[in-house]
Design a binder for this molecule. Structure first.
Ligand SMILES: Nc1ncnc2c1ncn2[C@@H]1O[C@H](COP(=O)(O)OP(=O)(O)OP(=O)(O)O)[C@@H](O)[C@H]1O
Length: 301
């Protein structure tokens, strides 16, 4: 549904995106992940037909963004990081305006439908300026979806909203899975992990890794991690654990420690010996996956 091949986008002489290729299949949610300035917004703007490519090809549903721009625009719903919202319009007239701009069939009926879908129907007569930030995000989503596009592009849709609204927006995005192909950018790793089927990690305009979070873990996981938790005062324990043979690093985590080592049996052995030798009150010990966050840090550093 989305096919990006060797995309280069330069601003002047500087390549913000420097030869990236990735695809998204119908019904997939693909996460575009990267630190500030990585090139996420630039990639998304090219995909929406908002900006021309410098070189390479970008196709949406088989249509080239440069050659078939109108076809692409009809198939893409875009919610930019800063949703351009007209404060003096009512909620309803704003969505209707976008529906008409995109020549949506039965624009009025479709407007009511998306207002209902995003829980905005009872606020349809309100001025946009009176909406909370979270509701504005929902309005942004309604605007992006009013022409029922097969592809939705969401640029950091949860930035700057409160935690309850973040959960709401994430749930809305998840509910769109399978009916739409979604490209979702974020620099919040846990968010991408929760929502996306696959992740494309970009840094300084290059793809540094791509795949499902499970595959990325398998590929980049070096060694094993255990979560251990002890009763009592554990303030001194981190340093002691880190000095044990077979343990490479220790990090405080949720009242206990994440202990990293290279060999599963060696690390268990070492920990159990330490428990016995120091008379520690072990409450919990379990293997844990490498966090996507660690992989991300490893890749972009
Ligand atoms: N209009 C522009 N003119 C010149 N340089 C730009 C322009 N837009 C972006 N850039 C530069 O291109 C690079 C990629 O920016 P982009 O906004 O695509 O990154 P991003 O991954 O979306 O970052 P962020 O999370 O901060 O929005 C950055 O170095 C940025 O400064």
């Amino acid at each position: 549904m989305i096919e990006v091949t060797n995309l280069v986008k330069k601003y002047g002489n500087v390549a913000a995106v420097d030869g990236i290729s990735f695809s998204a299949n119908p019904g997939e949610i693909v996460g575009l992940l990267g630190p500030n300035g990585a090139g996420k917004t630039t990639t998304m703007r090219v995909l929406t037909g908002y900006m021309p490519v410098t070189s390479g090809t970008v196709k949406v549903d088989g249509f080239d963004v440069m050659e078939d721009s109108m076809q692409v625009r009809q198939r893409v719903g875009y919610m930019p990081e800063q949703v351009p919202i007209y404060p003096d319009m009512t909620v309803e007239s704003y969505v209707l305006y976008w529906a008409r701009l995109r020549r949506t069939q039965n624009a009025k009926a479709r407007t009511q439908e998306v207002l209902t879908q995003f829980g905005l129907l009872d606020r349809r007569k309100k001025l946009v300026r009176s909406l909370s930030k979270g509701l504005r995000q929902r309005l942004g989503l309604a605007q992006a979806l009013v022409h029922n596009p097969p592809v939705i592009i969401l640029d950091e849709p949860t930035i700057g909203i409160d935690p309850k609204q973040v959960v709401e927006v994430r749930d809305v995005v998840k509910s769109l899975r399978s009916q739409h192909t979604i490209l979702f950018s974020s620099h919040i790793l846990s968010e991408v992990e929760q929502i996306c089927d696959r992740v494309v990690i970009i840094d300084k305009g290059h793809i540094v890794a791509a795949g499902s979070t499970d595959i990325l873990r398998q590929k980049y996981q070096h060694g094993v991690n255990f979560y251990v938790k002890f009763a009592g005062d554990t303030s001194e324990l981190g340093e002691m654990l880190a000095a044990l043979p077979g343990i490479n690093s220790v990090e405080a985590h949720e009242g206990g420690f994440i202990v990293h080592g290279t060999d599963n049996d060696a690390i268990r052995h070492t920990l159990m010996n330490a428990v016995a030798a120091n008379n520690l009150d072990l409450m919990e010990m379990r293997p844990v996956d490498t966090r996507l966050e660690d992989i991300f840090m490893q890749l972009v550093n």
